[in-house]
Structure formats: C-alpha cells, structure tokens
Design a protein around this ligand. Structure first.
Ligand code: NG6
Ligand code: CA
Length: 508
C-alpha cells in the first residue's frame, strides 16, 4: 500500500509538472504574448493636422481613419521631426534628430542611402526581438552609395537597414525613377529595355514637360518639368524601363495589395510593417473610383482614397484575426501644402476646408503646421479610447517600441514614451527640436521659440509662411494655436529660458 502511494505521488507530480510546462509554453507563444504584438506604422505623405474629420475637418469625411483615431489614443500635440519628407522619415526610423545628419534633406531619386547601415533603426531593433520586418510604399531615404545601376541589384537600401522585405518607390511620386523596387530589384523590368536616370541632364530624344507641354495631361506650376511619365511631367530625367513604369492611378491599390499580402504571409510570427502611403503628395492621382468624390479636386479625392485604403487594410487584419494583437500607429511625415508644383485645383477648389486646422504655416514651415500632424495609436481591446494632449514626436517611437518589445535599445533623441503611446500616461516629452530645411526651433511645454534666421519669410511658389524672421519668436501654443502673438519682447524671461534649453540640445 505504501509503495502504491509513493508511486501515485511520483506519477501525479510528474504529470502536474508536464501540465505546468504546457501552460507556460502557451503563455509565451508569440500569438498570445501581448508584449510582442504586431506593429504597423501607417505613414501618410503631406497630410495636415486638419485633413481628417477625426481632427476637426468638416468639409470632408474620413470614416475609416476616424474609427481608428476615435477608438485609440488620439494625440493633439504630436509631431513629425521635420516639415519635409526625407528628414522626418530619417527621424522616425532611426530615433535620431535629422538635423544631426546634414544629408537628411529632400533627396533626388538618385541620392545615396543616408542611413548608415551600422545605425540602429526600428526594424533592426525589432528583428533582434524576433520580428519579421517589411516596408511597403514610399522610401525617400536614398539608395546605393553614389551611382545606382537601376538594372542591377540596387543596394544598400531598406533591406540593408533592417527590412527583411521591401516594396518601395525610390523617392516620391513626382520624381524619377517612376518604378517599384522589390527587395532591391526594379519590379517588372525588361532587361532589353534598361533604365537610366539622371537629375542633371536629359537623354537624347526624350520629351520633357518644359519642351513638350502637348504631351502632358497635368500641367506643371513650378519645378516638375523634366521627363513625362503617364502624361505627368516629373522631377528628373529617365529613359527606358517601359514595362516597369508604375500606373499612377493604381498606385494606392497596388501598395494596398502588397501590404495585405505581407500581413497574410507573416501572420504566424510577430511582424512589423512600415506602410508608407503616397497620399496626398503631388502628383495627386486618385483612382477613377474617387475622382470628383470630395468636390475639392484631386487633393481631397486622394484623401478619401487613402481613407478607403486604410479601411481595406484594417479589414484584412480583422479577417486574419490579427486586430487584437496588432498595435497600429498612424501619422503623417509633414504638414499640408496645396500647390506643390502642379495645377491641380487644390487651391481653387479648397472651399472652407482647412488642411492645417487652426495652425499657422504648412509643409516646409517652422511654424506649427509644418510638423504638428495627426497621430494616433490603435490596439483593439488593449488601448482604451482617449484623447491625449501629451507632447510626443515620431523620433520617440524607436525607444518606445523597444521598451514594448523588451529591447533595451535607446537613442539619445528618442524618449521612451510607451505608456503615453498606449494611453496609460499623459506625461510626454518636455522638449522637442523641430526642423524645416535644416533650420530648427524648440518646443518646450506649451511654448515655442524660433531663433532668428536669414531668408525669405514666405515660400511664394507654394504660398506658405516659413516661420523665418530676423527677430526671435516666442509663442504660447496653449493660448495661441495660430501663433499670432510673438511674446519674445514682452516675456524676456521665458525667451531666455527657452534659448538656454535650445542651445543645450543643439550644442550651439
Ligand atoms: C520639392 C518639390 C515638391 C515636393 C518636395 C518633396 C519642386 C519645385 N518642389 O522640391 O513638389 O516634391 O520637394 O516633398 O520641385 S516631400 O514631402 O517628399 O518632402
Ligand atoms: Ca511629405
């Protein structure tokens, strides 16, 4: 009897140990582990603070994006690092302020890669944490090391700075080469029709927007008068690659399918997807389904198109049962612009819409609208809907996502604000340096200080105030969203305080 008792006890102990082990195993399986959710960054191009109905737009409606914004943490004080694309994307991916890198400025399509392959990036960090990483959409951070042969493997690029998979346009929709690049290879390229690209001079016999207006269906206003592709004159010259050229009106659908496929193919393990949409950057080329839908011309139409695209993408996450296990971060690379180089009715048909909301300036500007952008996080069942006025910047994503995924990587410029992103805290950044064309300003609490700069206060081509003045500027953004009252003279103590902080961070 005693022996029987001992044997049963041993057997029971072994069995319960096995059970325990089993439970432990299920607990850490990637699908259920909420510390390793899928992460998707949806990044729009030139979408302004006032361009979404969730952010107060009344003249157009973005129901799909609104649903996420209102179902997650909607930030009212969130920033891109810069008022243009390349530097903002650099700041977002590397967690380093772009003004530390003199090459982080709007790049031509032939520019070399500006991220050092040794540098930390969000995808690299996440890879170390077991993620599969992908980019679909706009890159605009340079490719290669100086001279790119577009007919060969184009490298280094996204794959060399942390992305396992890349499906990109090299620069912008208005710049050549107007082709998609998949993991360093131009997609659909016919080797018998090689591509050549040059930003300095045209190729023999190729028409241009400048000399052949009869071949264009979209007219250029400033710049944008080089090679013509699909009737649209672009920046830069290109020849060859006919079969690889993208269709502008299908670009949104094309990237959507890529993004959906990426999700479907990687749903078994934690994935990171950087989905960089092209809207509403120029040239604005809505699919015919959206033409005329906003009553605001192509700029409004492509915002509606982007909203539909986001809705479809979310449906895919839902269908694949990934929504409860995916953190979505939505934001834009810089503020809005109407006429950015083509006659496309953006100004004429604007009506009462305010792309920047109540903010001053726009794309290219050190005034708030240049960098103050829509920004929200969404995680079904995990994030409680709220509105947060915490100060936060895209540069903070690196350290914050590192913390979320139990990585101890952190950069000096990137504050660890995961609790803020998830809506559990409203204590954001204290100080933020914003940038426009390598000129910088400080936001500290509710205050902004813009140092004096030489230069034209207005970019007359795009009709945007740049925030440049020969005098110091000081604004209290809490009381003065529109930056109408320069308090530099009347509040010298505050000006001194901010100037000292600015000098300390900028090191000059
Ligand atoms: C500017 C272009 C503008 C846009 C911008 C980049 C001209 C005159 N203007 O140089 O149209 O392409 O670069 O925009 O060429 S961004 O959002 O990618 O930074
Ligand atoms: Ca942009």
């Amino acid at each position: 009897i005693y022996l029987c008792f001992v044997l049963t006890t041993i057997l029971l102990t072994v069995f319960s140990c096995k059970q325990e082990k089993k439970t432990n195993l299920t607990e850490v399986s990637p699908k259920e582990n909420t510390s390793n959710p899928n992460i998707v960054i949806i990044y729009l191009d030139d979408l302004g603070y006032g361009d979404l109905s969730a952010y107060g737009a009344t003249e157009l409606s973005t129901p799909n994006i609104d649903k996420l914004a209102n179902g997650g943490v909607k930030f009212t004080n969130a920033y891109a690092t810069s008022a243009t694309c390349t530097p903002s994307r650099y700041g977002l991916l590397t967690g380093v302020y772009p003004w530390r890198n003199k090459d982080a400025q709007i790049l031509p399509g032939t520019a070399p890669l500006i991220i050092n392959p040794e540098q930390t990036t969000i995808p690299k960090m996440l890879k170390q944490q077991g993620y599969t990483t992908g980019i679909v959409g706009k890159w605009h951070l340079g490719l290669g090391t100086g001279h790119v042969n577009w007919n060969d493997h184009v490298s280094p690029g996204p794959n060399e700075v942390g992305f396992d998979y890349s499906y990109i346009m090299a620069a912008t929709q208005d710049r050549v080469p107007t082709v998609y690049i998949k993991n360093g290879r131009v997609d659909n390229l016919d080797p018998n029709d090689p591509i050549e690209v040059n930003y300095a001079k045209n190729f023999e016999g190729e028409p241009t927007g400048k000399d052949n207006p009869e071949l264009t269906k979209m007219k250029w206003h400033h710049g944008h008068n080089n090679s013509i592709v699909n009737g649209i004159p672009r920046i830069g010259f290109m020849t060859g690659g006919e079969s690889a050229k993208w269709s502008d009106v299908d670009m949104a659908d094309h990237f959507l399918v890529e993004a959906q496929n990426y999700v479907k193919q990687h749903k078994e393990n934690p994935f990171f997807l950087y989905y960089a949409l092209q809207q509403p950057h120029v040239p604005r080329t809505p699919h015919p389904r959206f033409v005329g839908k906003s009553g605001m011309g192509p700029r409004g139409d492509v915002i509606l198109e982007a909203d539909w695209i986001v809705g479809e993408f979310i449906k895919t996450l839902e269908k694949e049962q990934l929504l409860e296990n995916t953190l979505i971060i939505f934001t834009s690379d810089n503020g809005p612009v109407l006429n950015d180089g083509y006659y496309d009715d953006a100004v004429e048909k604007l009506g009462n819409h305010k792309p920047a909301g109540a903010l001053r300036g726009g794309k290219y500007s050190l005034f708030d609208a240049g960098t103050h952008v829509p920004f929200f996080t969404y995680w079904k069942g995990k994030i409680t809907p709220s509105v947060s006025d915490a100060l936060i910047c895209q540069v903070d994503l690196l350290s914050s996502l590192a913390k979320l995924t139990a990585s101890n990587i952190k950069t000096e410029d990137s504050d660890q604000l995961i609790d803020v992103l998830l809506g559990n805290s409203k204590t954001g950044k204290t100080n933020l340096i914003i940038e426009a064309g390598q000129k910088t300003a400080l936001r500290s609490g509710n205050w902004v200080m813009i140092p004096p700069y030489k230069g034209n206060p207005i970019n007359t081509q795009v009709n945007i105030e740049l925030g440049i003045s020969s005098e110091f500027q000081l604004y209290n953004l809490k009381e003065d969203h529109a930056q109408k009252n320069n308090l530099a003279q009347s509040n010298p103590e505050k000006l001194d305080e901010l100037t000292a902080i600015y000098k300390k961070i900028r090191g000059k």
